[in-house]
Design a protein around this ligand. Structure first.
Ligand code: HEM
Ligand SMILES: [Ca+2]
Length: 297
């Protein structure tokens, strides 16, 4: 029931408003484009794309922000607040926070050199959020096996191919040492000089340098390109969950394809992002249009 023209009459300036706000955020800090893309993923995988991840804790519920996969990790809430206030000024009470996150994710990809796609809109916002839902394992862990990743995505109606192509998001952004320490110190399917370089700012000792950052794509961490797949072929995936996509298993051929064909990556990415954005939206009289993305009306 989502549609690309949902706000054409009610908020004609929506797309230009969001785009210019994302542009100013990304020009201040390129990584923010990655953070906004990831925010959409983590929203959609927990109870659907309903803006639940944006809610602050209240006396009646603890939300998703402090969940394992999100705490100290997801970013971009201030940028969403900024976009929301500009959208509210243009068309008060009309556009959901869930849709703003969807558009901001697309605009981020485009600003960093990706292809873009027509986003479907009409999602409404949840009135609540759940810490336990966000901690229930629906968001895959970076230590996942390949079959685990496939299962997690299948549970959301996404195929193994969608999973491989959406993982290409790791062509931008950063990860913390504590999430790739095991890989760079203990695994053998890793390029030796790459491992050594990463070890330099991520010591083997647990608790030491945990929050030091490294780019998910060593070649071009602020360009949305297909280098992620080329890295995997060269055993330079940063996360365990990255390298499992090219490790002698069923997804090797797709990784090879995207490493050679950036256009196929761009167009399959667009298709998969639209699919991800379709996960269990609230529509009709369900949910609400939040005035403030951090709290229910
Ligand atoms: C396939 C399963 C996936 C796993 C296991 C995974 C895991 C991770 C981890 C561990 C990080 C680093 C977090 C930190 O250091 O705090 C990360 C970052 C990131 N992920 Fe994923 N991810 C997956 C899929 C996706 C998908 C589907 C998207 C988007 C559609 C995505 C977009 C990103 C982006 C853009 C970043 C960098 C964020 C930033 O720099 O702020 N990831 N991911
Ligand atoms: Ca959600």
């Amino acid at each position: 029931q989502l549609s690309t023209n949902f706000y054409d009459k009610t908020c004609p300036k929506l797309f230009t408003t969001v785009k210019s706000a994302v542009q100013s955020a990304v020009s201040k800090e390129k990584r923010m484009g990655a953070s906004l893309l990831r925010l959409h993923f983590h929203d959609c995988f927990v109870n659907g794309c309903d803006g639940s991840i944006l809610l602050d804790d209240t006396s009646s519920f603890t939300g998703e922000k402090t969940a394992g996969p999100n705490s100290g990790s997801v970013r971009g809430f201030d940028v969403i607040d900024d976009i929301k206030s500009k959208v509210e000024a243009a068309c008060p009470g009309v556009v959901s926070c869930a849709d703003i996150v969807t558009i901001a994710a697309r605009d981020s990809v485009v600003l960093l050199g990706g292809q873009g796609w027509d986003v479907k809109l009409g999602r409404r916002d949840s009135k609540t959020a759940s810490l336990s839902a966000a901690n229930s394992g629906v968001i895959p862990s970076p230590t996942s096996t390949l079959s685990n990743l496939i299962t997690r995505f299948q549970a959301k109606g996404l195929s193994a191919k969608d999973m491989v192509v959406l993982s290409g998001s790791h062509t931008i952004g950063q990860a913390r040492c504590l999430l790739f320490r095991g890989r760079i110190h203990n695994e053998t399917n890793i390029d030796a000089s790459f491992a050594k370089t990463r070890q330099g700012s991520c010591p083997i000792t647990v608790g030491s340098g945990d929050n030091n950052l490294a780019p998910l794509d060593l070649q071009s961490p602020t360009s949305f390109d297909n280098h992620y797949y080329i890295n995997l072929i060269n055993q330079k995936g940063l996360l365990h969950s990255d390298q499992v996509l090219f490790n002698g298993g069923s997804t090797d051929s797709l990784v090879e394809k995207y490493s050679k064909d950036p256009n196929a990556f761009d167009s399959d990415f667009a298709i998969a992002m639209i699919k991800m954005g379709d996960i269990s939206p609230l529509t009709g009289s369900n949910g609400e249009i939040r005035k403030n993305c951090r709290k229910s009306n």
